[in-house]
Ligand binder design. Structure first.
Ligand code: BDR
Ligand code: CA
Length: 312
């Protein structure tokens, strides 16, 4: 078997972040070097606590650092309508088993990347504030980052406002730094993530696996579905799960290499990801933008992943 890909998980759990992290932790093909929290779905204090509780539940053995308290310029804008007041409502999680390290997220990432013998893949599933802080404060680590597989944006539409997706809308300046960095990006935007759904039948398959982890994840999925059901979705889109699933099974996805710019101004379009899908511009592609997913195989991945903790 080939060597595991070293990754850093940076997110704002968040139901779909927690689901993505479960997939990552289940796979011997990935090695989680560090976990960092971002301000997004809830306050940084809440997403940090949620991150630590998910790490305890899954037994993720890695250092964890708290991220920036707010986006680079914009104020924090939590989303309790989707993720609840805790940011991870709908289940009982264990207490944290460790404390964050005593340094900012960007610093932990820089140290871990510098110490890694193999190039690291960053997997951000919240606003890109910490990743921008890393690239601005430690540009030298870029050479040891092979890719950023992120959830954010959408070249055909938004989800929080018509033109912009939540993660990019919350911190467009950070996204701009990341998309201009020159590091190859895999962009799991709403173009694909809204098709990457788990349905109530899938939740039942996960619960049927049995054990604590399966039950917690079935609870989380059922809670996450309520918001989407109210919008008419037949299931819960596992946005953040795509950023991890693509690393494990890229053949389940179809995408197009193109140049993506971030709109940081705009009356209606702040936070938009402007993808040059028809290659009418002169800029080289900076992102593989995903559009299609084999949904049944995507769902199977999570059912299989949760089986990793069957005896728990
Ligand atoms: C993104 O926004 C958050 O609510 C989710 O966790 C996901 O990262 C989807 O737009
Ligand atoms: Ca997220």
């Amino acid at each position: 078997m080939s060597k595991p890909i070293p990754i850093i998980l940076d997110g704002d759990p968040g139901h779909d972040d927690a689901i993505a992290w479960m997939l990552a932790a289940s796979s011997p093909a990935l090695k989680i070097l560090a976990v960092t929290s971002s301000s997004g779905n809830q306050t940084i204090e809440k997403t940090t606590d949620n991150a630590l509780r998910i790490m305890a539940l899954l037994g993720i053995d890695a250092p964890m650092a708290m991220g920036a308290t707010k986006p680079l310029i914009s104020p924090a804008q939590p989303a309790p309508s989707v993720h609840g007041e805790s940011g991870l409502d709908g289940t009982d999680l264990p207490e944290r088993a460790q404390e964050p390290v005593d340094m900012p997220a960007a610093e932990l990432m820089a140290q871990v990347i510098a110490a890694s013998p193999d190039p690291v893949v960053l997997v951000p599933t919240g606003p890109l504030t910490n990743i921008a802080a890393l690239l601005l404060s430690h540009p030298e680590v870029k050479d040891n980052i092979s890719r950023i597989s992120l959830m954010g944006g959408g070249v055909t539409h938004g989800n929080w406002v018509p033109a912009a997706e939540f993660n990019i809308l919350l911190d467009p300046e950070a996204a701009d730094v990341v998309y201009r960095s020159g590091i190859p990006i895999t962009m799991a935007g709403v173009d694909v993530t809204e098709k990457a759904m788990l349905t109530p039948e899938d939740f039942a398959r996960i619960r049927a696996v049995g054990g604590r982890v399966a039950n917690v994840y079935a609870d989380l999925l059922e809670f996450f579905y309520q918001f989407h059901k109210s919008l008419g979705y037949p299931g819960a889109p596992i946005h953040d799960g795509v950023a991890v699933a693509w690393l494990l099974r890229p053949e389940l996805f179809q995408g197009v290499e193109m140049h993506v710019d971030i709109e940081t101004g705009g009356t209606y379009s702040r936070g938009a990801t402007i993808g040059d899908a028809y290659h009418v511009g002169s800029k080289e592609p900076n992102a593989l933008v995903l559009f299609e997913v084999d949904r049944p195989a995507f769902a199977d991945l999570f059912v299989e992943a949760v089986s990793h903790w069957k005896e728990g």
